[in-house]
Write a protein of this length. Structure first.
Length: 93
């Protein structure tokens, strides 16, 4: 039954790096994302080193902290000329 799928905003991250599903991005016509992509990567905080405490900026006492990050790009319908990008740190919890 597709009734439950139409009300679902879940993203499906496929192993080939593409995306299915997602939230409504065109409220005028109710279109969901017209595809997209995702990737995981490692990053090191490249900000200012002025502080010595852990201010959630990726540093711990002045040492650089490597993070695993997830970037999701959703194509906005119907023209497919705009992209919504979401990115954040991957943690286990």
């Amino acid at each position: 039954n597709n009734d439950t799928n139409e009300n679902c905003d879940n993203l499906i991250l496929r192993v080939d790096g593409t995306i299915a599903g997602g939230p409504v991005l065109d409220y005028e016509y109710g279109h969901k994302a017209a595809g997209g992509s995702w990737s995981m990567f490692r990053a090191v905080w490249a900000g200012d080193d002025d502080d010595d405490d852990d201010d959630d900026d990726g540093t711990e006492g002045g040492a650089k902290k490597e993070q695993v990050r997830l970037r999701i790009k959703l194509i906005v319908p119907p023209d497919r000329t705009k992209v919504v990008v979401m990115e954040g740190e991957v943690t286990r919890g």
